[in-house]
Design a protein around this ligand. Structure first.
Ligand code: ZN
Length: 501
């Protein structure tokens, strides 16, 4: 009787159906490494000035590197060394070749990266992996790594404000991507190929590595100008968003390390806008998955009354009639977007053992996305009625049932929104406010009471996240850095609110 369901989302694929899962995990590691490279470049002037090489007292030795589950052991050369300074920096480096540096903060040491096998994976892929034991919070920015679930790390880069007692501003991004079907791509999906028009083709170019890099570049530029934030800024890099966020943000928001960040407002991913305007998302629909089973067996040669199939038909009709009404509502209203209506899709039907046996039970499942304007209790009562109308012995259950309907204020009197929208206005940007049609990590942030806006500064861009040939034009990408250069000062300068020290 119990329906075993998978949670489907247009923006997520079940992990077990995912042939590229392994490759994606690797890519995440590589992405994290690249981010960390940039961090180290920003934070360690002695390396930037080329003073590292002469001061190396590296010892070389061969080790059989620790490999993560599913990887065969590989021989990697690890060297250790020390950079002079006060205090000196100890590091481990996995050879060969060039490119990636891993930076360490309080929670991780270079040894941790070695033990996780991350350095071995990077080295095996031709990257140079440098893991540094940083002496705590002595830098303007510092990075920490929180082990949220086994094998899942959230990295946080913190730029402490001049008024650290005030609530902080979170710039969130996820590091994972969805798989690619390379045969449908014009270029290698992981090469970031830029064509003559300046379109950069890469998985993640819209979702949402563009934003990740824009955050970092904006911080780099602001620091170079000598500007300092009043409120603390946290850049957070989270795993697993594309598979539902359970081992990422959903779990992390419940942990004390998250609470310690003292976040007052968050920015996270949005969507591209094909027109001149920029879309901002202040809420999300609630994903529910729905299913039911029915009984009345019999032989296929008779008119058995009250069969599972008859009941199933009525249930399906109720759901699909409702689907039609919602579709009409969307199509006939000028001001509605997808996020304003409930979408219903029949995703699975199961039942039957042989062509001449009337099955004792049949199951059907639906993917429902419910906007925050719908009363969820009433909606569930409606589902109960549809089941009751179809006959007895019908049960339903939810494989996924999100009940939180927090939305972020976009009222002009709201200090966060007014800072955000004023900064955009100063750049002559037009904003279109929408409910996000699918699911992002913002829903977990809003669920713990923190206002969050979904925003990726991509106008004049077709929505191609998760699609073949995902691309972003370099001009749009570079303009986005300037947008965050304006947004970060605006948000971190929001004056102390009621209840803040
Ligand atoms: Zn995304």
């Amino acid at each position: 009787m119990i329906f075993q369901n998978n949670v489907f989302s247009p923006f997520c694929r079940p992990a077990h159906l995912d042939p590229m899962n392994f490759l994606r995990n690797r890519l995440v590691v590589v992405c994290l490494g690249l981010l960390a490279t940039l961090l180290l470049y920003l934070l360690l002037p002695s390396i930037r000035q080329g003073s590292m090489e002469p001061s190396l007292k590296a010892q070389r030795f061969a080790v059989l590197a620790t490999s993560p589950p599913g990887h065969s052991a590989i021989n990697v050369s690890i060297r250790t060394g020390q950079l002079p300074g006060d205090p000196p920096l100890f590091f481990r480096e996995a050879l060969p070749v060039d490119g990636v540096v891993l930076l360490h903060g309080q929670a991780f040491t270079s040894k941790t990266w070695e033990e996780l096998g991350t350095m071995a994976i990077l080295a095996n892929n031709g990257y140079q992996a440098l893991a540094v034991d940083l002496p705590g919070k002595t830098h303007v920015c510092f990075t920490t790594h929180q082990l949220v679930c086994p094998g899942r790390v959230v990295s946080i880069m913190t730029w402490e404000g001049t008024e650290p007692q005030l609530k902080s501003v979170l710039l969130n991004s996820h590091t994972d991507v969805v798989p690619v079907y390379q045969e449908h791509w014009k270029y290698d999906a992981f090469k970031a190929f830029k064509d003559a028009k300046g379109d950069i083709y890469a998985r993640g170019s819209q979702d949402m590595k563009c934003v990740t890099i824009q955050y970092i570049q904006a911080v780099r530029k602001l620091k170079a100008q000598g500007w300092k934030p009043a409120r603390t800024v946290h850049l957070m890099f989270v795993p697993d968003e594309e598979v539902g966020g359970h081992k990422g943000m959903e779990t992390f928001v419940t942990q004390p390390e998250f609470q310690k960040l003292n976040i007052g407002f968050a920015l996270d991913e949005g969507l591209a806008n094909p027109g001149e305007a920029f879309t901002v998302f202040y809420g999300e629909r609630n994903p529910w998955c729905e299913c039911r089973t029915q009984t009345i067996p019999g032989h296929g040669s008779r008119f058995v009354e009250n069969t599972a199939a008859e009941k199933l038909r009525q249930v399906i009709n109720s759901f699909l009639d409702f689907r039609e009404k919602e579709k009409q509502r969307l199509n006939t209203s000028e001001c509605f977007t997808l996020g304003d209506v409930t979408t219903v899709n029949m995703t699975m039907v199961k039942g039957g053992v042989a062509y001449n046996v009337i099955p004792a039970e049949m199951d059907v499942s639906f993917d429902l996305r419910i906007p925050p304007t719908v009363n969820l209790q009433e909606f569930e009562r409606q589902i109960q009625e549809w089941c009751a109308e179809a006959g007895q012995d019908i049960t339903y259950e939810f494989a996924q049932k999100h009940m939180n309907q927090n939305i972020t204020s976009t009222d002009d009197t709201d200090p966060w929104w007014s800072a955000f929208s004023a900064a955009c206005k100063s750049l002559n940007m037009t904003l279109e406010k929408e409910i996000f049609p699918a699911a992002t990590d913002s829903r977990f942030i809003r669920a713990v009471g923190i206002p969050a806006i979904g925003f990726s500064p991509m106008n004049r861009t077709p929505i191609l996240l998760h699609d073949h040939n995902e691309y972003l034009n370099e001009e749009v990408f570079l303009k986005g850095i300037g947008v965050y250069e304006r947004l970060i000062p605006a948000l971190t300068s929001v004056p102390a609110l009621a209840g803040e020290a």
